[in-house]
Design a protein around this ligand. Sequence first.
Ligand code: GDP
Ligand code: IMO
Ligand code: MG
Length: 423
Amino acid sequence: MAVDLLLGLQWGDEGKGKIVDVLTKNYDIIARFQGGPNAGHTLEFDGIKHVLHTIPSGIFHKNAVNIVGNGVVIDPVIFKKELDNLEQFDLDIQAKLLISRKAHLILPTHRLLDAASEAAKGKAKIGSTLKGIGPTYMDKTGRNGIRIGDLELPDWEEKYRSLANKHEAIIKFYDVDVQYDLEELEKEFFDAIERLKQLTFIDSEEYIFRAQKEGRSILAEGAQGSLLDIDFGTYPFVTSSNTTAAGACTGLGVAPNSIGEVLGIFKAYTTRVGSGPFPTELFDEDGETLGRVGNEFGATTGRKRRCGWLDLVALKYAVQINGVTQLMMMKADVLSGFETLKVCTAYKYRGELIDHLPYSIESDVLEPVYTEMPGWKEDLTGIDSEAEFPEALSKYIAFLEKELDVPVKIVSVGPDRTQTIMR
Ligand code: GDP
Ligand code: IMO
Ligand code: MG
């Protein structure tokens, strides 16, 4: 049985949580493969809004098992809060939520290191969510990390102490003002570890391999977006994991030849939170309108998201890198009311017209070139079939399909589970 992937194609927050929740009824297993609590995945149904950071977005469905894969980094403190929030919903967490022994732990000092590193960068800061993601992946690749499986061994607290001591020395080296009370942070951390230890730990690669053999269907849930990928994103303004399709292979232990559909998800416009280049960013009233109507505030940090028109050049790049087989367009409702819509179809790069993503997309060397399309006035939030699409929306979608050469299979017209049009 093939493993399907669902990935964000922009700078994150495309609406992955919503769509994973919608699609979970078709799958037996939902598995997160990278990132950590820098993610904020929002789900809305029955009038309630849920934000998940580490727990996969299939958790509210009784039919599916949810796996936190080896490629994920886990902050026990945030994880415990997520579990506490779920307590009111009669979910069988013990049986339905499985954690890979090979997933790495985010320590309190990883978070402090993140803060120190950002403070030391000054104006050049990444705009990190400050969840300790970068330092934890550094310790993973530096072969110093502590993994979930270590919690089952007797000597893990010694390992913890030695790593935390090293982190404190590095924080001093940064020579910036980061205030902290490690004793208090550790109390919270070790309390949360006790809760984490009550969960079911598995060798997830083995579990997934067996599930595939038994014919169980699996959907891998990405976090962040392709333009935040450590290799292919807008480096250094990226996150510290492979957010693209290959990340699902290393983050779950799935072989490349067993990947099935690659579901690429994008907003009908573009947003970005944190620093870094953003060619189609708007600083005018249109940008304000997108942010206001789209309620564009980060689900993890509450920061205002930067907004701009759809960037087809960047989207084409993401489709290519991931091998996307189906597209899902989110937040179509937010575009209602614009007289004219703009789509970036080329870049003017160092004076030359190009249609691919060059090494640098900083504004001093690159300018977006737009194709204009008529907008629509109709409110889309109440519609429930494609037959009700305004003509201009159908044309917008047809244009994207032609440019990207991949079908748009889902159009989302509101945050709720039900506001989802399948095509
Ligand atoms: P994720 O990180 O990719 O899961 O996305 P986020 O949850 O961070 O951000 C997406 C935001 O858009 C959330 O607040 C969703 O509730 C909301 N959302 C998702 N789809 C739609 C849609 O079609 N229309 C509108 N208006 N909001 C949506
Ligand atoms: P989801 O899964 C949007 C951004 C941060 C920052 C950069 C690095 O909800 O789409 P990090 O904390 O990883 O060191 O931050 O990446 N970022 C996200 N932006 N959505 C996310 O996740 C993000 N996770 C990280 O804002 O610019
Ligand atoms: Mg998000």
